[in-house]
Every structure is written in C-alpha cells, then in structure tokens.
Design a protein around this ligand. Structure first.
Ligand code: GLC
Length: 742
C-alpha cells in the first residue's frame, strides 16, 4: 500500500503542529498505517510494538469502543457518525458489501482510525448450505468438512466478512436441547477433530489471506449440558467431566490456532460462563496460552444481572472485563460503564488495554489495517459439489430390511409422501439465513432421476407441525397406487437451533398418524428423516422396511438422498450421537461409566423396568448397502511402557456385493484407574473404501499419552490394564487387552 509521508514546514515528520488538528491526525494516521501496512510480515514482537503505538494514541472511550460490537442493519447516518468516532470495534450479521466498504472507510479515516472487523454466523455454509454440523459430524470426514468450511469462508469473504461465529463445539448429550443441531455430537475426540478441521477450513493457510476468515470456538463452555435440555439453563459440571468432556474440543480448537472464542450464556456451577475467571483466565489464557480475543454471546454480559451474579450493568461490565471477555456483543455495558469504573478505581485500566490488545492482535493478523482485497466468491458449481458430497457422506442408514434399498428399475412406481419431501426452507436447517435459492429437494431429485411419470407426490401434511388429517386419504391412495412408498418426515428447521428445545422427542404434528394411515396400503415403506436432532420413532421404524437419516442436509440434500435411495452411492455415515429409545433414557451417551451394578439379568442392577438400557441406535452406528466384517485383531505387544506406543490392527472385509466405504472406529477402555473411567472412549477412526470381496488391514498406532485423562489441570496416563476395540460402532468390534507398565 503506498503511503504518503508528509514532511512539514520545519521538515519534521509530523509537519506544522499548528496546522488544523484533523490534518495532523490524518498525517499521524497515514504514518501509522504505513508502519502497519508492513505488519503482515511482522514478527510477534513487532505486532506487539505496533499495538503499543496504537494503544498510546487511543482515549479510554475509544478503547471501550474497540471492545464493543453491534449488529449491522444497514448504514444509517447515526451509525456512520458512531463509526467515525470509534463507537464500535465490530459489526455483525448485516450490511451489503458496499455498506461494509463505506463503514470501513469511515472507521479508518475517523478516530482512532482502527478498522472494523465484520462478523457473521456462517455456521454450515453461507450461500450454499451444507448439512447442519450434527449432520456433518455423521460423515466422520475431517478433510471434507474442512473443504466445506473453506468454501463457506470464500463465499463469506466475498461478501466482506472477516470473522465467523463458528465452529460450535458444545458437547451435546441431550437431544431435547435444540442446539444439538449445531453441535458435533456427544464425543469430545470426534467433536474436537471435526472442530479443528472447520477452523483450518475457515482460517486457511494464513489469516491475512483475503479469503480467510477468523473462526470462533463457541460457546465456551458447557452450554450443551443445560439442565433438562432447556436452552440457556444452568449447568453443573464437575471438574473431571468439564475437563475430560466439555473443555476437550475447545482445547483442540485452541491447538489448531482458532483466532477467537465466544463466551456462553449458561452459568457453570453457579458462575456465568461470561464472567468465569476460572475458564476464561485460568484455563484459556494461563493453561492454554490463548492470545486471540473472546467475544461475549449476545447480551450475555448484562444477563449476569438476571443470573444473580451482577448487581447492575456497571457491575456486569466490571465482571465481564475482569474475567476476560474482551468484546461485548450488542449490549453496551462496557462502553457506558467503563469510564466510571476506571475513574472510581473499581476497574484496572490495564485490563482494558489487555482486551484491546487481544482484539488488535487479531485485526492485525487478519490484515485489516491494509487494503485487504475482497476476493471473488467460489464458482456455484464448485460449492454445490462439496455440499452434495458432504450431504451424501452424512446420510446414515439405520435399517434396511430385506435390502429393499437401493431402489432399482424393478422398484416400479414410487409414492413420495410427507412434509419434508419438498420443503427447501426446512431442508437447510437452522442458521441458514443467507442461503441462496435453488435448494434441491428430494422430490425434485427423484423426479429428475426417475422421470415424473414414475413419481406420485402427496405431502399428506402442510408441514411437520401440522395436526390435520385432511391430506391423509390422498396419501393412502397414492401409496396404494405405488410399488413403494417413500415417506419424508422429520422436523421443520424452526424446531431445532437456538431457543428451540423440545420436551418430547416424538415426531412433531400428526406424522406418526400419517405413517399409520399410509401403512394401511400394505405397500413397502421407506422412511427418510430430515431433522435437527435424534428423535424417538420406534413405532415408525417397525412399520418401515428401511430408515435413512438425513439430518437437515442443506442445499444439495435432495440430490444426495436420491442418489442414496437409488444406489448411486451407498450410505456410509455413522451416528455422532446416541439415539434414545424413549425420552426417559435421556441423557444417554456411549462413553458412560460402568456403575457398581451394570445392567444385567439380576434384578438389582442399573436398568429400567420398562425399556432396555441400550439406545435405539448407538453412537458410531450406521449401515451400508454391503456388509463389513472385522476379524483377526493384532496387537504389537501385550505390554506397553508408559510413554511408549502400541499398534493395534484388524482385518476389515467387504463381504457384500458392492464397493462401499466403512468408517472403522478405535475405542479404548481403562479398566482400573484412580477415577472410574468410561466403558469405551473413541480414540481413532478411519474411512476405508473396500471393493466387493476386498479385505484391508486397518492399523492404529496409539501413544500411551492418548489414553490419558485429566485429573484437575494435569493430564495423566495411569499404568494398568486396558481393553481396545476396532469395530463398526461403539457396541461391536474385535477386542484386545494390554497392559501399560511404568
Ligand atoms: C446468538 C447465539 C450465538 C450467535 C450469536 C450472534 O445468540 O447464541 O451462537 O453466534 O448470537 O448471532
């Protein structure tokens, strides 16, 4: 970037100090921008030095402006004036590209001349929508998920966005919680691996690249443990569970270099996550060395008043800043109360400098002080191709009685029935507010592939919440006229996501009644679910010959579903979350403790009188159009020294009639430890492609350190006896036993 340096009358660098202040300021700003424009190649020390200079010329109010973020709804004259005087450090979720460019020009030419960072909820795609994160997690494919995040970053950057409030990596064990849809499931290792892939995708090779956007690890921390699955509710998490389960994906995201964190709404053991010094300073800063910045969630700072943790907005501001939340989203406690807190010595101004330093560091790393070019969006076809592949790999085949799937030419006439067969706005799921049109629905894709004459389409219900039966008769007639009925059921997009917890997990509306009615036709039934959470649908699955779980599959979901139903692809997805038989089992998750009376035939064991203790479908479960077997487990040694590693392999065979993918999973159990350990823990996974009849050996090399668990802040592997499995899900597989010795 060319910089004009202004030699003044006296030859000094800053010119005639008696000139109009604005001219002087402009010269100073230009010089700083020149200095900063070389920042991209700067060392960390040089970046800090630059920040020193920026801080030195900011007033307290301007610093508090950097710590303030607002939603952007257009560019009013009032907002322009606010930007000019440094009222906001960030704007989010709005503004056209032109409005963002104008706002940025106002920020850089105003006071203190610090560029804005534009944020956006780019959760699962931006224009082209990929499956909801819970669906993506079912692909167990970090590389493909990285590609999808990369595509979303390119789309968003082309719209002038610098920062996404993603990935969300809250561990979710309770499907009543609507935001399980945005999560990466119940397992910390899988969620962590996939969150790291998303961070790499969003942030690219370098944050300063024009098509890179800063990622945000959210919601820090424990939000998914909301009591009773009710959003925003309290969480009570003992430190061993906090560290070994809920913090673990965030630690992994930190390791992958995530640029920002977002503090959560929930109280954690009585202390709001947005005012929690333990998690925000002790863990995030001192233990993990995080040097980006933390943004609060939407008004979560003043919500500490409702929590009963802050007396008023001023108290909330003090607690937010002292605990380490650097930027306040939407609410204005920091900006309004900061000056009085400092003046009355209730708040150390050094803490404000520290927060502004964290924010400026990320802005500098993003290259915002330079004329960061706006890149072109990716070609639509390229984005759609990635979206379709990810939707296809996220499909989970739960049942396929008599191999009714895939349908063939011999399958004859198809009745497409149900509210989710042709519902583009619902198919893309929650947090898809910028979705481009041209969503490919299952109905459209089936018509395209089978020809309209082979497809009869009856919604049967207006949407998934519809309780009327007026469409049932025509649905029954359609089923009677067909050779197979394809039912598309599930949840409207609005029934999951934020503030969308449900007290029941049954199918909403009259969908179960619709199934009962259609079943009267006696035509073989295949059910495809498009939903944002696990549901309980045992009676439906008993009537269906096959069940395919599609989550909310995004823009290209219909094409992926049709390809699976017609056998172009074989489903390969595996569940990232346990599916309960009934709500009464919740919370239910695979990596549970054994208890002193594990469920068994004896009366006095840990079980229910009315349902089995096992889930309807377990974590890691998913069928294929072929069959896979696991055999011949081999261990490199029966004893492993602490600090060493071992190799565990097994032979996986495709004993069916078609080529397909299988996701082999590695689980381990620490049989005896100073704290009871889970009956299984996922420690590795591998996607294999096996031709019909082929056998491959899958091999995992595991360091003893990977079998560690947290005792407080210390991660320890204790010598003793361990079991390990390689298998198709969390309940099966070939097993070995070994010792770790000191
Ligand atoms: C919301 C969500 C958070 C989102 C933010 C900005 O309340 O909790 O996930 O990123 O506000 O929209």
């Amino acid at each position: 970037m060319e910089c004009a340096t202004f030699a003044g009358k006296n030859g000094g660098q800053f010119g005639n100090l008696h000139a109009k202040p604005t001219a002087i300021m402009f010269r100073i700003i230009c010089l700083w921008l020149c200095a900063i424009s070389a920042i991209w190649a700067a060392t960390p020390a040089e970046i800090e030095k630059t920040i020193d200079g920026l801080l030195a010329r900011m007033t307290l109010q301007e610093k508090l402006g950097q710590m303030s973020q607002n939603a952007m709804t257009g560019l009013s004259s009032e907002l322009k004036e606010e930007i000019r005087r440094g009222r906001w450090g960030s704007l989010f979720n709005g503004g056209t590209l032109a409005e963002k460019a104008e706002a940025q020009q106002l920020a850089r030419s105003g006071k203190p001349g610090i560029p804005l960072i534009f944020g956006q909820d780019v959760i699962h795609g931006y224009k082209i929508i990929v499956p909801i994160p819970l669906g993506q997690a079912a692909s167990w494919n970090p590389e493909l998920i990285r590609q999808a995040a990369r595509m979303a970053a390119r789309e968003a950057a082309a719209d002038g966005i610098h920062w996404t409030f993603a990935p969300m990596m809250d561990i979710a064990r309770d499907p009543r919680w609507g935001r399980i849809a945005e999560s990466l499931g119940e397992d910390p290792y899988l969620a962590g691996e996939l969150a790291m892939a998303m961070v790499r995708g969003f942030q690219g090779e370098s944050l300063s690249a024009p098509d890179s956007i800063a990622a945000c690890a959210k919601h820090y921390v424990g939000y998914g443990a909301a009591e009773a699955g009710r959003d925003y509710n309290s969480t009570w998490i003992p430190e061993t569970v906090l560290r070994n389960i809920y913090l673990e994906p965030f630690r992994m995201a930190r390791e992958s270099g995530v640029a920002t964190f977002m503090s959560a709404f929930n109280s954690l053991n009585g202390i709001p996550a947005s005012g929690n010094e333990f998690t925000l300073r002790e863990v995030l800063r001192r233990e993990w060395g995080f040097d980006g910045f933390v943004v609060s969630d939407y008004t979560s700072i003043p919500e500490m008043i409702q929590h009963g943790f802050a007396a008023n907005p001023k108290d909330a501001a003090r607690k937010g800043i002292e605990s380490g939340v650097d930027m306040e989203m939407v609410s204005t406690s920091y900006y309004d109360s900061g000056p009085a807190l400092v003046a009355s010595k209730q708040l150390d101004p050094k803490l404000i400098d520290q927060s502004v330093r964290n924010i400026l560091r990320v802005k500098l790393r993003l290259g915002l002080f330079e004329d960061r070019p706006v890149p072109p969006p990716p070609p639509d076809a390229e984005a759609r191709s990635v979206a379709q592949r990810l939707a296809a790999e996220s499909l989970v085949l739960l049942k396929n009685e008599g191999n009714i799937l895939p349908l063939t030419a011999k399958s004859g006439r198809v009745a497409v029935i149900g509210p989710m067969a042709d519902s583009p706005d619902n198919q893309v799921g929650t947090w898809a507010m910028n979705a481009a049109g041209n969503v490919v629905t299952p109905l459209a894709a089936l018509r395209e592939r089978l020809g309209a004459d082979r497809v009869v389409w009856i919604p049967g219900l207006r949407d998934t919440r519809d309780r009327t039966r007026s469409g049932f008769e025509t649905a029954l007639q359609a089923a009677r006229s067909a050779d197979v009925s394809l039912l598309f059921l599930g949840e409207d997009a609005s029934l999951s996501g934020e503030a969308a917890s449900r007290a029941y997990l049954d199918l909403p509306g009259a969908q179960e009644d619709l199934v009962d009615e259609v079943a009267k036709a006696g035509t073989p039934m295949v059910v495809v679910f498009l939903a944002g959470r696990p549901l309980t649908f045992h009676s439906v699955s008993e009537k269906a010959r096959a069940v395919l779980w599609a989550w909310h599959p995004g823009t290209m979901g219909g094409a992926a579903i049709a390809d699976a139903l017609l056998g172009t692809i074989s489903p390969s997805g595996k569940l990232p979350v346990s599916f309960p038989r009934t709500l009464g089992q919740v919370p239910i998750y695979y990596n549970h403790l054994n208890t002193g009376r594990p469920p068994g035939d004896d009366k006095y064991t840990s079980k229910y009188l009315d349902v089995p203790v096992t889930p309807e479908y377990p974590f890691g479960y998913g069928l294929s159009y072929t069959k896979f077997t696991y055999a011949n487990p081999k261990l490199s040694a029966a004893q492993v020294k602490l600090g060493g590693s071992f190799t565990f392999s097994a032979e996986v065979s495709n004993t069916g009639g078609r080529d397909a993918d299988e996701i082999a999973q590695l689980y381990v159990r620490d049989l005896v430890a100073s704290e009871a350990r889970p009956v299984r823990e996922l420690k590795g996974f591998r996607r294999l492609h096996l031709k019909a009849g082929e056998t491959q050996t899958v091999e995992f090399t595991v360091k003893t350190g990977e079998l560690a668990f947290y005792k407080g802040a210390r991660r320890v592997t204790e010598p003793g006896t361990f079991q390990a499995w390689i298998g198709p899900d969390s309940t099966a597989g070939v097993q070995v036993q070994f010792e770790i010795v000191p």
